[in-house]
Unconditional design. Sequence first.
Length: 141
Amino acid sequence: MYRMISKSTDDTEKIGEQIANKLCGNEVIALFGGLGMGKTAFTRGLCRGLDVNDGVSSPTFALVNEYHGKYNIYHFDMYRVTTWDDLYSTGFFDYIDNGILVIEWSENIEGALPENAIRINISKGNNDDERIFEIEGVDIQ
Ligand SMILES: Nc1ncnc2c1ncn2[C@@H]1O[C@H](COP(=O)(O)OP(=O)(O)OP(=O)(O)O)[C@@H](O)[C@H]1O
Ligand SMILES: [Mg+2]
């Protein structure tokens, strides 16, 4: 498990970029952490690291946003997903293994996450702009 401290949105984006460099195109990246922790900021950095040119924004209403860069990236927001039926209707199971899945609010679909998912928990640090990243399932040395 890696622990990293972010002191700004920019730092958080850079953590995303750093992880992007370790991906091979079929990973599931499960993000945990409450409102405003920086899940979308992290995803923006990750996409930048994969040469995505489109803007990255929270897929709260669409449930899934699709980006194309070095790989296909499917950016989910599971905030409103509470049943298996909901989850099926997002297309989650069809996307697995066909691109990189980045999942905000993974808390809501914990039981559906593959065993080899990269798990990232974001929590508040000592001040408003500080975030603690705990990263499992990827070697970022
Ligand atoms: N170190 C930090 N990293 C990321 N965001 C930060 C940091 N410090 C402050 N912020 C602020 O926190 C907010 C993070 O917003 P963001 O949309 O990325 O969070 P989120 O986890 O996706 O939220 P939501 O649960 O609503 O989807 C932004 O307003 C950003 O300016
Ligand atoms: Mg978000």
